[in-house]
Ligand binder design. Structure first.
Ligand code: C2O
Ligand code: CU
Length: 535
């Protein structure tokens, strides 16, 4: 067998795990029974827990000012503990100490001002990593100084005010930590939750309330004492053996005989999923990262990388009372699969009453949104085309974009950019992954984009909506179309496999900034964190 440097690197990682007492076979998708080091009988098992919904965080205050309605939130990042492993407590980090953290719901046109307080210890209670944080509202066109720029940190004892405009079309967003070099540890330990932006169109077309269900997927591995195990295999990724849905291992949800809307968010650090129902239930993609798709798409499975959001309607109306439908995971190449990572959750059909006059109960809408700005863009000749290669430097073991890393951005005094479009420019970005050994979910801040093609073919049915993360699979070249605005300033672009992002596959682009011009929305200096004396 001839081994490339990358193979050597992978096997090096394997040897480390094998030394810990686990036998793992080699293969394209490297797999084993478990990764956790829990004592026999303690490992959580599928379908033993009840599904739990993300609770909604109420604002501390709402008012109407000269610019319109505004809601105030006050959140404290602090340590907590949760019971995931039966009979054991797992130390975590949480917004308000909770895992899963509460979700935020807001109507289009209501601005949000969020105070984020860092009351974390100086170092991570389990991993010992430093605890400066930065909070990113993923999916929002926020000003640069409120966008969770990785190096715009709030250190323990500080607070920062964030402003979110909420003028965009309805969508599923999420807020999560983005602290430079330790985003992976922080998000893995719990600093992440959903944020739902509603508008009239989505309210009229899609299931609401009880039937509008947030599903945050993550995966975890555990040490013998029930604390989290963190092994990113020399920054290649972390693949846990316990799949969590809203913080619970492989839960079971009771469903009525109607259509549900599920907002799937993959908050796993590295794992990608390929969800499928068994027995097969009718499924329709109705929304992507940036909100409603132009029309619904009938799908039987979908590929779901980290940070992508897919809104999926599942129709349970034809099933019998007592029937169980499993949501399984067919996985994708270059994940690490374990005994039960082929399962996600289960639905048990019940005969409970529901309002049959609800127009969303039994009918899947066809046309959804024909006026979305991004989806209406078309490629014309003469557009600027940028080529971005996602790759790994086998000498430094660091990931990069076109050979450059966040270290290079920092070393340049935050002046180095990957692209510098003008305000209002439309561009094509071609993102290419020449490797067969890795996949990269690439996220571009600020804008939504339309996927034009993948390896010259049309995008997958589930990708036919506005996106802000694109799965760049093995040997794939993806072409994206986007228009830059509405803000000027510097924004990040990075891989959302968080160990890749932290080491150091992150760069930035600037919108509408001229050379030498003072940036009034400088992401670090325009509105920095301050000492938290009132909290
Ligand atoms: Cu979800 Cu730059 O992040
Ligand atoms: Cu990556």
């Amino acid at each position: 067998m001839k081994l490339s440097r990358r193979d050597m690197f992978k096997i090096g990682g394997l040897a480390a795990v094998t030394a810990a007492g686990l036998a793992i076979p080699l293969g394209n998708t490297v797999s084993g029974a478990t990764a956790s080091l829990l004592p026999a009988g303690k490992m959580p098992k599928p379908f033993q827990t009840t599904f739990s919904r993300l609770e909604v965080l109420p604002p501390v205050k709402t008012e109407v000012d000269e610019m319109g309605p505004v809601a105030y939130y006050d959140i404290t990042a602090k340590t907590g503990a949760v019971g995931i492993v039966p009979g054991m407590m797992t130390p975590v980090l949480g917004y308000d100490g909770l895992v899963p953290a509460k979700r935020i719901d807001v109507e289009q046109g209501t601005r949000i001002v969020m105070t984020m307080r860092n009351k974390l210890p100086q170092s991570h209670p389990t991993f010992g990593t430093p605890m400066p944080i930065s909070t990113h509202l993923h999916g929002s066109a926020s000003l640069p100084q409120y966008d969770g720029y990785a190096s715009d940190v709030t250190t323990p004892g500080q607070k920062k005010y964030y402003q979110y405009p909420n003028f965009q079309p309805a969508r599923t967003l999420w807020y999560h930590d983005h602290g430079v070099h330790y985003t992976a540890q922080n998000a893995y330990s719990g600093l992440a939750s959903q944020y739902h932006l509603h508008d009239a169109r989505e309210r009229a077309l899609l299931p609401q309330g009880e039937f509008d269900v947030a599903i945050t997927l993550s995966d975890m591995m555990f040490a013998a004492n029930g604390s989290q195990l963190y092994d990113d295999r020399a920054h290649s990724g972390l693949w846990g053996d316990v799949v969590l849905v809203n913080g619970r291992p492989w839960p079971v949800m009771k469903v009525k005989k109607r259509i549900y809307r599920f907002r799937f968010l993959n908050a796993s650090l590295s794992r990608s999923y390929r969800p499928v129902t068994s027995p097969a239930a009718p499924m329709y993609m109705v929304g992507t990262d940036g909100g409603l798709a132009p029309k619904s798409q009938n799908i039987s499975q979908w590929r779901h990388g980290s940070a992508e959001r897919y809104e999926i309607l599942i129709d349970f109306s034809k099933f019998k009372t007592g029937q169980r439908i499993e949501l399984q995971n067919l996985s994708n190449p270059n994940n690490r699969d374990f005994d039960n990572t082929n399962k996600i959750m289960a639905f048990d059909v019940v005969d409970d009453a529901f309002d049959r006059n609800d127009p969303t109960a039994l009918v899947v809408p066809g046309a959804l949104d024909s006026s979305n700005d991004v989806m209406a863009l078309t490629e014309t000749s003469g557009l600027k085309v940028r080529n971005i290669r996602v790759q790994r430097n086998d000498t430094t073991n660091e990931w990069n974009l076109n050979g450059e890393t966040w270290h290079d951005v920092v070393d340049s005094g935050f002046t180095k950019v990957l692209a510098n479009p003008n305000l209002g420019d439309t561009e094509v970005w071609e993102i290419e992954n020449k490797s067969g050994g890795w996949f990269h979910p690439v996220h571009i801040h600020l804008i939504d984009f339309k996927i034009l093609s993948r390896n010259g073919k049309p995008p997958f049915a589930w990708e036919l909506g506005p996106k802000d993360v694109v799965y760049v699979g093995e040997g794939e070249k993806v072409r994206l179309l986007m228009k830059f605005g509405p803000h000027r300033g510097k924004y990040m672009v990075h891989c959302h496999n968080l160990p890749h992002e932290d080491h150091d596959m992150m760069h930035q682009f600037s919108v509408g900034l001229n050379n030498g011009e003072v940036d009034v929305n400088d992401p670090i200096y325009a509105d920095p964190a301050s000492d938290d004396t009132d909290g």
